[in-house]
Ligand binder design. Structure first.
Ligand code: MRU
Length: 354
């Protein structure tokens, strides 16, 4: 599979996720504004991938800058960071990546670096964020694989795969890790209305990998659980609050409640960059409302009568009491999450809980 996002000759190239699985076409961004537009319009989506795109967008923007002095360069850098930060509000990886770029800028500037040095250092950092994300996903996959039984039937919601990251995936990384560990698994992919990340993207990735995948509409998940067709659920996250509440794609909360009702483990796989210890609980996580058209239409076909009101919150919050464990690249956190998440964020490589 072509990478989700890559940097080639001072251009950021992304597979256009709006067009998958029907067409595999690539969008080439040559400016920070083009990257910002690509994030806002869902050419690229998924929390870690958005973070990588933002970092690359900043690096790209600053490579294009005509500033000759560091003062003007710093002003442009600030504006570029603001442009990228205004794209999508929920996934904290976006703000985490921008903050990391700001810290690198500040440290490099404080050491008396030239504009050219600053440009180079920002580019190196954006590449590092990309490469670390792939490594994190692989580590998550290895930790998560241990939680997947042989012959597991796994339900996932949305797309938390290679397309949502710099590669390999978080929730799908766990599935890939289990397969690489020699386990036979089958996957139920929720279609994930309204943007259909499950039906279009998760199914596309898994079929390409030769993993047995069945797409179901979102309202079938409960029946599948009741019939005994699901052994575990694994999903990604856009932001995890300090108490373990998880913001993820709309519909995740329903899946988590259903899983609890049926005694099915509900796992969340996410990198440390998704954990937001500054947000105490899920009620403080900003939830993006996306355009009505995503609900009223499928492609160009209208589904709803004009005059009907529409809601389109892109994410929901699953209270931590429904979460069996959170799988990160540093280990697996279990309740009480205040302690286990903070230990993973501040500590080194730790496996908490059992
Ligand atoms: O609106 P999207 O497609 O960006 O939402 C993506 C999700 O909700 C994913 O589950 C989440 O970002 C985790 S991706 C590894």
């Amino acid at each position: 599979m072509q990478p989700t996002i890559e940097w080639t000759n001072d251009t950021v190239v992304m597979i256009d996720q709006r067009k998958l699985p029907v067409r595999e076409i690539y969008v080439r961004c040559r400016t920070a504004s083009e990257v910002a537009r690509a994030i806002r319009s869902m050419v690229i989506r998924g929390a870690p991938a958005i973070g990588v795109a933002a970092a690359m967008g900043i690096a790209l923007g600053m490579r294009r800058s005509r500033a000759t002095g560091t003062k003007q360069f710093a002003t442009e850098f600030q504006k570029t960071c603001e442009l990228l930060a205004a794209t999508r509000p929920t996934a904290v990886n976006l703000f985490w990546a921008i903050e990391r770029m700001k810290q690198v800028f500040a440290a490099t500037a404080a050491a008396g670096a030239s504009v050219d040095d600053l440009r180079e250092r920002l580019t190196v950092e954006a590449h590092a964020i990309h490469d670390e994300d792939v490594a994190s996903c692989r580590a998550m996959g290895a930790f998560g694989a241990a939680l997947v039984p042989q012959n597991a039937r796994i339900l996932t919601h949305c797309n938390a795969g290679a397309l949502a990251t710099a590669g390999y995936g978080t929730a799908l990384g766990v599935i890939r890790g289990a397969v690489e560990a020699g386990k036979k698994v089958t996957v139920l992919a929720d279609e994930t209305r309204p943007f259909l990340q499950g039906a279009r993207l998760t199914a596309w990735e898994l079929v390409k990998d030769g993993i047995d995948t069945t797409v179901i509409t979102d309202n079938m998940a409960g029946a599948m659980m009741r019939l005994g067709h699901v052994d575990l659920v694994v999903v990604g996250a856009d932001r995890i609050a300090a108490n373990g509440d998880v913001a993820n794609k709309i519909g995740t909360y329903s899946v988590a409640v259903l899983a609890r009702e049926h005694g099915i483990p509900f796992y969340v796989a996410a990198p440390i960059s998704t954990i937001d210890l500054a947000t105490p609980d899920g009620s403080r996580i900003p939830i993006e409302e996306r355009p009505d058209r995503e609900v009223t239409h499928v492609g160009t076909s209208r589904l709803t009568p004009t005059g009907a009101h529409v809601r389109n919150p892109a994410f929901d919050v699953t209270p931590s009491r429904y979460v069996t464990a959170i799988i990160t690249e540093r280990g697996v956190a279990r309740a009480p999450f205040e302690g286990s998440l903070s230990a993973l964020v501040h500590g080194g490589l730790t496996v908490t809980g059992s």
